[in-house]
Write a protein that binds this ligand. Structure first.
Ligand code: UDP
Ligand code: LCN
Length: 819
């Protein structure tokens, strides 16, 4: 849709179209007649354009139509609904901005529609009775958000902290009374019951301001590295407690920032001040599903990037917390607990162990709590899609264990993925704690029309639970962390994962007329990094793990087929294209194998190495994985790839994987990530960190991570031939220009160091924790009202949907596949 014309007007679409019917009436009618031909259905832009072309032969006439106002509607349409004699269009002018219009195929009249009416129209295609039920359940979270300020610019989406700092600055401006909420908030800060920052004597802004003036003056001639303890007693007399800093210099900075804010609030000082506040000591991170462990779990179903992300996140967060606590001058021990499911049948992993210290941290642990049912503890792994019936009880059990382990409440609760976010919401609401959510991936956009077709998909995926759980968590949480902009609001041409929850419908269950607004300031982009002690550039020779050379040589080049690898590379001199992922359909590893198989030029230039899954589909318990394994074998046979492909089973050792990326770089190869859709794509940044040129899908996160042609390349997974040719072009160019490979490798590394490191992430996340805790305090009443609505939705709707998911009965342990 690159060529789509700009809308001529800023008015709502129907208001700007009085002349639409008169333009090219005859041809337009033919076109609409064509759309009507196949009866009720959902159409995409692609269908609309194809059928327009077949209805109208003359190019000039087609162009005239597309240049007309009705043509504009077509060009900006994300989805069109045909319910003869009408069509409804969901028009998206820019990220987050949607309008709905209805066009009559007879008169070509154009009429605006509400989101609710548009959804009803859609339901007519799948469930007419429900669509016509006047009392069908409509859910409208937007109705409760009227008092919350929203962003207006698409370009600001994902910069929630910035917006809130600015908004707070204006809200706290004016009379001394305006800053009173900040004073009250400071008075509430404590560590294990002991006041920090200020005590009850400084209960008004003027009193606090005066104390700050006196304190600042008292430090004027004190050497800057004087410890806080040296003037602690004097500070206490003025009402100032610990927390301002560990040295005179730090204390002075904090005082200055707050004094500026109290005098005339501005976002810069506001942000600096909040980043110094001693508010976060104990953090709980939920990730219930999968095998959550530190070794031997990666590559198991449902256990991929989320585990890597959380473990790296914990290490970065703990480091940042320790630094901040020291700089605040407090003697406190931070604790981070990753709470997951205890799986008794742990398949050789440590997932049956209740408490496990996290490697590389001082005070962080994995806490595992089992799923309990009426029949007792569930022993086996459960797919993330089938997990809902266990979550409520898990939350209750986990809460008891957490309070016990932390000896008190956490200061921050973070959820991961749909299940973790729901559990985090339930617990945060019970304890009144600040909550953050991370989706990693929302399933809704992965499957076409997955909302309206939920009944068909439910036996396999239980979206009736997942989409409602996601909507509840998005609304309950104080802030949302995403890895990219596209995760929230997509791109100019494609809606974002969160954006797709703005309005959707589950006919027969509920019509969500306002699910989430991507202009809500709770959204923040904080991209993860990759552990740079594991994923470092191939060129750092002295750091290379040479002790692994023999093992990797065998892994890549030996000629035998065994449990770990099949296929071999006959011509060892060729560069390698490498891919590594769980064998989910959406990862499209089989797509890559097929592109390679079909492209003789590419085959003549490079070998292919794949890491993922295992070779015997009967060993898998995962539905999609079984199908993909079979497809891999079929493709290798069909395209006679045996001596050009090396298929290596899922790998669980990240150190060895790091060295593997570097070995591929030594062959002057590339990493290819061909996913049909990738929420973020940790493998992409791992490969880039190793200096391996990376060619990745343009559908999702990698489109943002890589700047095409500069720090890697984009490929379109829906156009295999074009993609495989683009990969071949790269290698051909490298053959003639020796420096080209180096240039792309260096471009990738530069991009990583500028934008994708865990240090940047941890800083942002703790700042969010502080500022949103104040924000929720300021919006207490609105938050409470919304919470009541959420509770009702949870009790009356989600709990019922959860009951439809079968509870597992344990299988004998020997039936479980080996990792
Ligand atoms: N991974 C692995 N072994 C495998 C497949 C993947 O260690 O056989 C790791 C990979 O290095 C990365 C993570 O699992 O750290 C996958 O994360 P990504 O974001 O690419 O995808 P996800 O699995 O989360 O969808
Ligand atoms: C889940 C995914 O599907 C990936 O795209 C992410 O990189 C991973 O989680 C970590 O956030």
């Amino acid at each position: 849709m690159d060529s789509s014309p700009a809308l001529k007007t800023t008015e709502p679409v129907p208001d700007s179209m009085p002349e639409a019917p008169s333009q090219s009436r005859y041809h337009m009618k033919r076109c609409f007649a064509k759309y009507m031909e196949k009866g009720r259905r959902i159409m995409t832009l692609h269908h609309l354009m194809d059928e327009l072309e077949s209805a109208i032969d003359a190019k000039t006439e087609r162009e005239r139509i597309l240049g007309s106002d009705l043509g504009y509607i077509l060009c900006y349409t994300q989805e069109a609904l045909v319910v003869p004699p009408h069509m409804a269009f969901a028009v998206r002018r820019s990220p987050g901005n949607w309008e709905y219009v209805k066009v009559s195929s007879d008169s070509l009249s154009v009429e605006g529609m509400s989101a609710a009416d548009y959804l009803k129209f859609k339901e007519m295609i799948y469930d007419e009775e429900w669509a016509k039920d006047e009392n069908a359940l409509e859910v409208d979270f937007g109705a409760l958000d009227f008092s919350v300020p929203h962003l207006t610019l698409s370009s600001s989406i994902g910069n929630g902290v910035d917006f809130i700092s600015k908004y707070l600055s204006s809200k706290l401006s004016g009379t001394p009374d305006s800053t009173q909420p900040l004073v009250d908030f400071l008075a509430s800060i404590n560590y294990q019951g002991e006041n920090l920052m200020i005590n009850e004597t400084l209960d008004t802004a003027p009193k606090l301001q005066m104390a700050l003036i006196v304190a600042e003056a008292s430090l004027a001639s004190v050497p800057k590295d004087t410890p806080f303890q040296d003037f602690e007693m004097r500070f206490k007399e003025w009402g100032l407690e610990k927390g301002w800093g560990d040295t005179a210099e730090k204390v002075k900075d904090t005082i200055r920032w707050l004094s500026e804010v109290l005098q005339a609030p501005d976002p810069t000082n506001m942000e600096k001040f909040f980043s110094r506040l001693p508010m976060i000591f104990n953090v709980v991170i939920f990730s219930p599903h999968g095998y959550f462990g530190q070794s031997d779990v990666l590559g198991l179903p449902d256990t991929g990037g989320q585990v890597v992300y959380i473990l790296d996140q914990v290490r970065a967060l703990e480091e940042e917390l320790l630094l901040r606590i020291k700089e605040q001058g407090i003697n406190a021990k931070p604790q981070i607990l990753v709470v997951t499911r205890l799986i008794p049948d742990a398949r050789g992993t440590k997932c049956n162990q209740e408490l496990e210290p996290i490697i590389g941290t001082k005070h962080s642990n994995i806490l595992r709590v089992p799923f309990r049912t009426e029949k007792g503890v569930l022993r086996q792994w459960v797919s993330r899609f089938d997990i809902y019936p266990y979550l409520e009880r898990f939350t209750q059990d986990a809460t008891i264990k957490i309070l016990d382990q932390l000896e008190g409440k956490p200061d921050l609760i973070i959820g991961n993925y749909s299940d973790g976010n729901l559990v985090a919401s339930l617990m945060a609401s019970k304890l009144g704690t600040t909550q953050g959510t991370i989706a990693h991936a929302l399933e809704k956009t992965k499957y076409e029309h997955s909302d309206v077709k939920w009944k068909e998909l439910d036996p396999k995926y239980h979206f009736s639970c997942q989409f409602i759980a996601d909507t509840i968590a998005m609304n309950a949480t104080d802030f949302i962390i995403t890895s990219t902009f596209q995760e929230i609001a997509g791109s100019d041409h494609r809606p974002g994962q969160y954006e797709s929850h703005a309005a959707f419908t589950l006919p027969g269950l509920c019509r969500v007329v306002s699910g989430i607004n991507v202009f809500d300031p709770k959204f923040n982009i904080a991209a993860p990094g990759a552990d740079q002690s594991v994923y470092f550039p191939y060129s750092e020779k002295q750091k290379r793990l040479t002790q692994l050379n023999r093992a990797i040589e065998e892994l890549l080049y030996s000629r035998v087929d065994n449990d770990e690898h099949i296929g071999y590379l006959a011509d060892k001199k060729k560069p390698i294209i490498f891919s590594m992922a769980r064998l989910d359909t959406v990862k499209n590893i089989t797509g890559l194998v097929e592109w390679y198989g079909k492209n003789a030029r590419l085959r003549s230039l490079v070998n292919l190495v794949i890491v993922g899954g295992f070779f015997d589909s009967s060993k898998s318990k995962d539905r999609e994985e079984m199908a993909e394994i079979k497809k891999m074998h079929d493709l290798i046979a069909k395209y006679k790839l045996k001596d050009q492909i090396r298929w290596i089973a899922a790998q669980t050792d990240r150190y060895r994987n790091g060295e593997l990326y570097r070995w591929i770089a030594d062959t002057r190869g590339a990493f290819v990530q061909p996913a049909l859709y990738e929420a973020f794509g940790l493998t992409v940044i791992e490969a880039m960190n190793c200096g391996l040129p990376t060619i990745a899908t343009n559908q999702g996160g990698p489109a943002e991570i890589i700047v095409d042609g500069v720090s890697g390349f984009h490929i379109d997974p829906n156009h295999g031939e074009e993609s495989s040719n683009k990969i071949a072009d790269f290698f051909e160019k490298c053959k003639v220009d020796n420096e080209y490979w180096n240039k792309i490798s260096a471009g990738g590394l530069k991009r990583i160091n500028e934008c994708y490191t865990w240090k940047i992430y941890a800083n942002k996340m703790l700042n969010m924790g502080c500022i949103y805790t104040f924000w929720r305090q300021l919006n207490k009443e609105q938050k409470q009202a919304k919470q009541r609505y959420i509770q009702m939705f949870y009790s009356l709707q989600l709990r019922n949907s959860m009951k439809t998911v079968p509870i597992k009965t344990d299988e004998p342990e020997q039936a479980a596949p080996k990792p």
